[in-house]
Structure formats: structure tokens, C-alpha cells
Ligand binder design. Structure first.
Ligand code: O7M
Length: 215
């Protein structure tokens, strides 16, 4: 996945044609688009293939299952052209290794550590460092850490070396792009602040500009 602007668009827009139009509009200012169940359930998995023709696609299915099921999901995403697949790390080492093996070096495997919403403090925060260490041992290429708590990005960075950090929670959830990048994130993940804006391209550009000032 390229690292030019540091912006990943979380495309939770559920109207397929609107979603495609937004991606085409903002594509000069994003490094990748992240899609999750809201868009895939309304548009179908073929959306992975269609979006892959425009930009890199991160399949955020937060896969959390036994190794065989994890493998089947990751293989399907990769065959549709995904550049990365996001998995939960709490499933343990065998499921994490199954994800990495199924990706076969063709797509990045990104593991969730601490989640960005208030509820993320209840369970994920307490085990975030352990999950980061497990991800490193199992060969994960990147990690999710919360832009809403930049000090937690720094804690994960201290464990994972130069593997990638993607940080959601910028904009609608109150986090700032520059604080996340300064704390050690490689990319920020931004959804509503871009796709619900009157001018998504202008917002994506302003976030890319903000990131450029701190690197
Ligand atoms: O900018 P938003 O709040 O509209 O969207 C944030 C996106 O990031 C949305 O797609 C969430 O599903 C995702 N996300 C979080 O907000 N918090 C997390 O802790 C983790 C994710 C995520 O992307 O996990 C892989």
C-alpha cells in the first residue's frame, strides 16, 4: 500500500453509486479506501473488485473466527483484489497465523489492538499490548490503534517496530490527524468527516495537508 498522503477513507456510505463517486472524487488525496460491512452488505462483495480498479482496498471485516474460517474469508478478499484485510487479534495465535498464511504476501494483514470508541477501554485497551506482541510474532503487517487516544498509538509503536499503524477516530470521533501521526501512526482512517461532507475532496485535501505539516 502506498504512503503518499497518509489518509485512508473509511467508506461507510451505503449507496453503492455514491460510494464509487466519492472515491473517484477524493482519490488524489487518499492512499487507500477501507470498506466495512455497511457498504458490502448493501452493494455486494463485487464492490471490492470495483473499488480495487480505482485505489487500494482494505477489507475491514474485523475477521474473528477459527483458523479455517479466517482462511476462507482472507482468501476470498485477496482473490477480489484486496490490498489488506483487517482481523481481530484476540482470536489467538492460530487464527492470526492462518490469516497471514492465507494472504500469502499478496495482501497485508492488519490486526486490531485498542479500539477508538469509549467501549474500547473496557476490554481491548487492557490487552492491546499483548495483542500487538502476538501480531508481531504471527507476522501481521500492520495494526489498528486509536486516534482518540494518541498516547496509546505511541505505546503500540514501541512494540511493533516499523510495521504500519492505521488510526481511526479522526473527525467524527474527536481525534486529530496531526496528533495521531505525531504519536506514531502511518495513516489516519477517516470516515464521516469526509464522505458526509458537502465537499469530500476539499476535506480529504485539508487532512492530507495537515498530515504533511507534521512529517
Ligand atoms: O471516521 P468515522 O468515525 O466515521 O469512521 C471510522 C471508521 O473506522 C469506521 O469505519 C469504523 O468501523 C473504523 N474503526 C473505528 O472507528 N474504531 C476502531 O477502533 C477501529 C476501526 C477500524 O477501522 O477497525 C479496523
Amino acid at each position: 500500500m502506498k504512503r503518499e498522503t497518509g489518509v485512508v477513507l473509511a467508506l461507510d456510505e451505503t449507496d453503492p453509486e455514491k460510494a464509487l463517486a466519492i472515491v473517484r472524487d477524493v482519490s488524489p488525496y487518499i492512499d487507500a479506501v477501507k470498506i466495512n460491512w455497511p457498504l458490502v452488505l448493501s452493494a455486494g462483495p463485487d464492490m471490492i473488485n470495483r473499488l480495487s480498479e480505482v485505489t487500494d482496498v482494505i477489507c475491514d471485516f474485523k475477521v474473528a473466527d477459527i483458523p479455517n474460517t479466517v482462511r476462507l474469508i482472507v482468501e476470498n478478499c485477496v482473490s477480489r483484489g484486496a490490498a489488506a484485510v483487517i482481523v481481530h487479534a484476540f482470536t489467538g495465535d492460530d487464527s492470526m497465523r492462518a490469516a497471514v498464511e492465507a494472504a500469502g504476501g499478496k495482501a497485508m494483514i492488519i490486526a486490531v489492538t485498542e479500539m477508538s470508541h469509549p467501549g474500547g477501554k473496557m476490554f481491548t485497551a487492557k490487552h492491546a499490548e499483548e495483542m500487538a506482541r502476538l501480531g508481531v510474532e504471527c507476522g501481521a503487517d500492520g495494526f489498528i490503534a486509536p486516534a482518540t487516544r494518541p498516547e496509546r498509538i505511541a505505546a503500540i509503536r514501541a512494540i511493533i517496530g516499523d510495521r504500519k499503524i492505521l488510526s481511526p477516530g479522526v473527525g467524527a470521533q474527536g481525534g486529530s490527524a496531526s496528533s495521531a501521526i505525531k504519536a506514531g501512526a502511518d495513516y489516519v482512517i477517516v470516515g464521516r468527516a469526509i464522505y458526509k461532507a458537502d465537499d469530500p475532496k476539499a476535506v480529504a485535501k485539508s487532512i492530507a495537508d495537515e498530515i504533511r505539516t507534521v512529517i
